[in-house]
Structure formats: structure tokens, C-alpha cells
Design a protein around this ligand. Structure first.
Ligand SMILES: [Zn+2]
Ligand SMILES: [Zn+2]
Length: 265
């Protein structure tokens, strides 16, 4: 076999492999994507699905602190934030955990489509820009060792790393799981807090004053609150939180609390 033939074979195999990894079709509706069709975030979505996602974007009024959607009453803090101390400056999400956004998150987390981190992180970048969040570095909610082995990757870390590239900010681990916790989905709000208490530990001292904490879904906020508290104790003065989605009204009914989709760290 000549050198030229060998080179062509290698090229064909490589482009074949890349084609398998990144099939040129919309991740949500399967419509073929081609170059003359305007494509969505990072080329993963067709224009129609991109527009639908845009319509799912959370709009005010929401709590200025935790981002919980509020009825249009002129009050800018939710009850929880008005009553208690919140360890983060602001938590924001792109949209509610429903519709196309929920499907996209599920594809990313449970069907091992880590390449979708590109599409989802561009939604996070949009939230960061829209909210004018200012921070020096980016970190993420860690996974326990067992969960990491089961899943093969940490979705929050993938999102954080992809977002770091988009924002040009350093991404680093700042937390570790100090112990394995029972999955959060079967627990009440209060049990979740108790389950998580002491379950995260800092990785060294703070690297900067302000940090952005990334996670995929904000459910009751128990995980990000606990993480933000540990970050504050480690010396980060300001902690911002951004997630792709948030569960609609997690406190409204006990039935919704047990959403099978949520597997918190
Ligand atoms: Zn589509
Ligand atoms: Zn709030």
C-alpha cells in the first residue's frame, strides 16, 4: 500500500468516526442539519428547535436572589429568600425544567451525549450576559466517586468547562464530595438539606474573590446552597450560581418533589 493510499484511508476513517460522534442532525427533532440551514447553539439544533428554546427562556418577574419565578406583584424577593440567609449573590437559570429544555438536559445527562455540553453551555453564556454576572473564575458541583463511575462524566463539570471556553474564564474544581449521599429525589425539602449537610468539602483555599458555580438543574436549591456555603467558608467572597434549568415550583406539591429526573450529586 502506497503512502498516499494509507493517508487517504486514515482520513476517511477519521471523518467517518467524527460523523458518528456528531451526526449532522438536530439533537431534538432529528431534522437533518446542513451548511445552508442556519444552525442553533454549536450546530446541534435546527432553527425551529432553537426558536422554541428561545421561547422557553425564563422571563421576569423572578426572585432577585434565587431566581424563583414570582407572580407579578411588585415584590422582588421570594418568601424563602426574604426569611433566611442565602449563601449566594444570585442564582439564575435559562428556563424551567420542562418541554424542549428538559429533553435536551435529559439527552445530555442520561443518554450519554456529553457533546451537547456545547449547546447547553451557550444557553448558560446567554444567562451570564443577560444578567451581567461578573466573576473571576468558574467551578461546578462535584459528583461522588461512585456516581462518577456510574455515569462516566460529571455533567456540571462538562457544562462549566464548555462555558469557560465561551466566556474566556478559568475553570477549576473548588469542591469535593466529602461523603456519598443518598439520592436526593426520594427526600423532602428538609431531608434534602440534612442529607447534604457536611457532604461537600473545599479543595484548598479560594483562588479568587468571585466565582460562578455551575450545575445542570436547580430543584430545591439545597445542593447549590450547601456548595455555596462551603465556597464562602473557603474564602470566596461572592458566589453566583447558574443552571440550565430549574424545576417549576418545587415547593408547591409533595408529588413534584419526587421527580425521577433529579439525581443530585
Ligand atoms: Zn430541531
Ligand atoms: Zn428567592
Amino acid at each position: 500500500m502506497g503512502l498516499a493510499t494509507l493517508r487517504r484511508l486514515v482520513q476517511e476513517t477519521l471523518s467517518g468516526a467524527l460523523g458518528l460522534l456528531y451526526p449532522p442532525e438536530c439533537a431534538l427533532c432529528g431534522r437533518p442539519l446542513n451548511d445552508d440551514l442556519p444552525q442553533g447553539p454549536s450546530g446541534f439544533l435546527c432553527e425551529g428547535c432553537q426558536q422554541e428554546l428561545g421561547r422557553e427562556r425564563l422571563k421576569p418577574p423572578y426572585c432577585v436572589r434565587c431566581g424563583e419565578p414570582l407572580p407579578p406583584s411588585g415584590i422582588d424577593l421570594c418568601r424563602g429568600c426574604a426569611l433566611g440567609r442565602v449563601p449566594f449573590e444570585r442564582a439564575r437559570s435559562y428556563g424551567l425544567y420542562e418541554g424542549r429544555l428538559a429533553r435536551l438536559v435529559r439527552l445530555f445527562k442520561y443518554h450519554k451525549e456529553p457533546a451537547l455540553a456545547g449547546a447547553l453551555s451557550s444557553l448558560l453564556a446567554e444567562v451570564v450576559a443577560r444578567e451581567g454576572l461578573e466573576f473571576e473564575g468558574i467551578t461546578y458541583v462535584p459528583l461522588g466517586r461512585r456516581r462518577l463511575r456510574e455515569r462516566g462524566f460529571n455533567p456540571a463539570e462538562r457544562l462549566a468547562r464548555a462555558l469557560g471556553k465561551l466566556c474566556g474564564k478559568p475553570v477549576f474544581p473548588a469542591l469535593r464530595k466529602a461523603r456519598e449521599t443518598v439520592p436526593q429525589e426520594a427526600l423532602s425539602r428538609r431531608e434534602r438539606l440534612l442529607n447534604l449537610r457536611g457532604s461537600f468539602a473545599p479543595l484548598g483555599r479560594a483562588r479568587c474573590e468571585s466565582v460562578l458555580l455551575v450545575d445542570d438543574v436547580y430543584t430545591t436549591g439545597a445542593t447549590v446552597r450547601e456548595c455555596a456555603s462551603v465556597l464562602r467558608e473557603a474564602g470566596y467572597e461572592r458566589v453566583f450560581v447558574v443552571t440550565v434549568a430549574r424545576t417549576p415550583h418545587p415547593r408547591s406539591s409533595p408529588a413534584e418533589r419526587g421527580s425521577p429526573e433529579e439525581v443530585e450529586a
